[in-house]
Design a protein around this ligand. Structure first.
Ligand code: SF4
Ligand code: SF4
Length: 278
């Protein structure tokens, strides 16, 4: 059972929720797909013992074969190639590894070489995984792909997705059984929630909402969810105690058994709804 946790923007409590779910269910697997800023390890404190480099193919031009025709540069949708004075320049940092230039070259002057863009770290048992994209690298999808290859087929898997509604989010969510959208009761929170909900709806995955920093008078998220038939799975209150624990790397589910029970119930409910298809 694969549950993806996402939010329209960073800082809404997505990692608090996903790490708390993983913490509350024994032997679950937690995968941090937020490869630009993975911070699940701060809360779950795994003993990271294995590291794998993630490499991507990038084109290399054999200048003794190249005739300077420029077809490769015209083909590249990402402007990662330029031909200047019959010489091909490769800007490998913005290459999206699509391989189109290799096909376009009429004389076979391009071949692929490898470049490291980041890494994956796991604990011994493989119950915790996170990826880390090297600074300055534009595309984290190959790291997410490598993380997902290590996803378990059995038991509960929690995927902590990148923030927003980008290709990286879609890559993380693809193939999941259920999605939890984490939001805050503010106009910005509602705006981002609508975008995330639309995306998940189009992907045909059942989903529910968790409201973080909820107040008793909250009148923004509930009406939207009620109008659209979206279940509010849990509300995490705006609380000084929770914020203080967060700053010390302590999850709500770790701080009290009550929260552990609540997150465990949410995880089980999502698993049932995911199995039933919503
Ligand atoms: S592999 Fe694709 S993105 Fe990279 S340089 Fe070639 S055409 Fe451009
Ligand atoms: S398509 Fe091939 S031959 Fe033409 S400029 Fe590019 S590498 Fe050189």
């Amino acid at each position: 059972m694969k549950i993806a946790v996402l939010s329209g923007k960073g800082g809404t409590g997505k990692t608090t929720v996903s790490a708390s779910l993983a913490y509350s269910i024994e032997n679950s697997q937690y995968i941090d797909c937020d490869v630009e800023e993975p911070n699940g390890a701060i809360f779950l404190k795994p003993e990271l013992q294995k590291t794998y480099e993630v490499k991507v193919p990038v084109p290399e031009v054999d200048s003794s074969v190249c005739n300077g025709c420029g077809k490769c540069a015209k083909t590249c949708q990402f402007h990662a190639l330029a031909v200047i004075k019959d010489k091909v320049l490769v800007f490998s940092e913005i290459c999206h590894h699509c391989g189109a230039c290799l096909i376009a070259c009429p004389v076979g002057a391009i071949h692929e070489t490898e470049r490291t863009i980041g890494m994956i770290e796991t604990n011994e048992s493989g119950t915790f995984l996170h990826g880390r994209l090297n600074i300055g690298e534009p595309v984290g999808i190959p790291i997410i792909r490598e993380l997902k290859k290590r996803m378990r087929d059995e038991g509960l898997v929690i995927l902590d997705c990148p923030p927003g509604a980008s290709c990286s989010v879609m890559k993380s969510v693809h193939g999941c059984d259920y999605c939890i959208l984490v939001t805050e009761p503010t106009p910005f929170g509602l705006h981002d929630l609508k975008i995330a909900a639309e995306l998940i709806q189009k992907m045909g995955i059942p989903y529910g909402v968790i409201i973080n920093k909820a107040t008793p008078t909250e009148k923004i998220i509930h009406p939207f969810c009620a109008e659209n038939g979206i279940e509010v799975l849990l509300e995490i209150p705006f609380s000084r105690e929770i914020a203080e624990n967060y700053s010390k790397g302590i999850l709500p589910a770790e701080a009290t058994s009550d929260w552990k029970t609540k997150f465990g119930e949410v995880a089980r409910k999502c698993a049932i709804q995911g199995r039933e298809g919503g």
